[in-house]
Design a protein around this ligand. Structure first.
Ligand code: SAH
Length: 379
């Protein structure tokens, strides 16, 4: 299947990344600058079109035709959808987007019974090198711009609306390490809040544990949820599973978590990918419970049975082991939930957002869809 790109909304190549702004790079002041020769009310009109109507400038028919054309030129889209995969029931949608310069990222929209959540990427690739993560296996390509991060959210919000739902939550848990790209990620978080109207309670940033970033986050005005990818509660094992632990060991990390919690008054969560016979034993549960309870408010634990990835031989903990681990934690006074493997059929589960599209002749490689899933180039 040859990949096709959106027609009217095709991003134009830019020579210097981040120098020419894309549609969602600009804040209100920058938009006012672009609209300086227009009546003042246009700023609100265009802002409302981009963030509340979730529309592209060419769709804003209340604007004069010439202005629409100019805005389409001045504020091009940043993301070009290469494919869209939908799981059998339509509950999970995954996009593969091509960025200016050729890198690819993935974005996943998940409809649950009571809420709709988008998982967005913050970098193309990742430099953190966690061995069990497909993105970590592929290595780092580049930071995403603020506009590229916001546009993922807007695309998902629009799709949710088309599906008769409202996008309620944004999790920065896709490809990349958000705190390694702080200066571009934080304005995107603010935009999700001020532009799309999502409260901080519904915004979650997931980090491998970059302590300076956590400390900086504690100084921001928006109290976003913090999820820390722990996976091991002793330095020996964590050094191995999450290499950045050698730079920011557990005592330092947990200290920063405690300070974040004190500053924001918001319970934080630990993520724990359960790996067979590696971090799923009783001693692991005990060590984890000790760390979770060392915080001013005990951490909530999210258990994720490890999803298979090409470069990591060890499998995930089987279901009965997952249940047992959760019971151990509960007996030790720690709240734990098991995260369902949403999107596994379309390789959209945690850690599976692989940079599969790299280095193929077309720049894109689409695997044949598995039973119950649909993968199609976008039109
Ligand atoms: N870099 C950030 C966010 C992206 S990863 C972070 O580390 O938190 C999102 C979550 O998926 C992290 O908790 C990560 O450890 C987890 N993850 C990565 N690979 C996984 C896999 N193969 N199975 C299950 N979870 C995985």
């Amino acid at each position: 299947m040859a990949p096709t790109h959106g027609t009217g909304d095709r991003p134009r190549p830019r020579r210097t990344l981040g120098v020419v702004p894309t549609r969602y790079d600009v804040d209100r002041d920058a938009l006012a600058g672009i609209l300086a020769d227009e009546p003042r009310y246009r700023v609100e009109q265009v802002w409302d079109g981009l963030y509340r109507q979730l529309a592209s400038p060419s769709e804003l028919t209340a604007l004069p035709r010439a202005l629409r054309a100019r805005l389409d030129d001045d504020l091009p889209a940043a993301l070009s959808a290469v494919s869209e995969s939908i799981d059998g029931a339509g509950a999970t949608v995954k996009w593969l987007f091509r960025l200016d310069g050729g890198a690819h990222i993935e974005t996943v929209l998940m409809h649950y019974r009571d809420r709709t959540t988008v998982c967005v990427s913050t970098q193309a690739g990742c430099a953190m090198a966690c061995g069990f993560c497909a993105t970590g296996q592929a290595g780092f390509q580049r930071h995403l711009t603020t506009g590229e991060i916001v546009e993922q959210t807007v695309r998902a919000a629009r799709r949710a609306r088309d599906d008769g739902r409202r996008l309620g939550n944004v999790v920065l848990m896709g490809m990349g390490e958000p705190l390694a790209n702080y200066d571009r990620v934080w304005p995107a978080v603010e935009r999700a809040h001020a532009g799309l109207g999502l409260s901080a309670r519904h915004l979650t940033l997931s980090t491998v544990g970059l302590v300076p970033g956590i400390r900086r986050l504690a100084t921001e005005h928006l109290p976003v949820n913090l999820a820390v990818s722990l996976h091991a509660a002793n330095d020996r094992l964590r050094d191995e599973l999450v290499p950045i632990n050698r730079r920011f060991p557990l005592s330092v990390l947990v200290g920063a978590c405690a300070d974040y919690l004190r500053a924001k008054g918001r319970r934080l969560s630990f993520e724990w990918a359960l790996i067979d016979d590696t971090n799923d034993r009783r001693t692991d549960a005990r060590e984890l419970a000790d760390l979770a309870r060392a915080l001013p408010l005990p951490a909530h634990v999210n258990l994720i049975p490890l999803n298979p990835t090409p470069g990591y031989p060890t499998r995930g903990t089987p279901p009965d082991g997952v249940r047992r681990f959760r019971r151990w934690l509960r007996d030790l006074g720690v709240n734990a939930t098991v995260r369902r493997n949403r999107g596994a059929d379309i390789d959209a589960a945690c850690g599976q957002l692989a940079a599969r599209a790299r280095d193929t002749p077309l720049g894109v490689e689409l695997r044949p869809p598995r039973a119950g899933s649909v993968t199609a180039p976008t039109r």
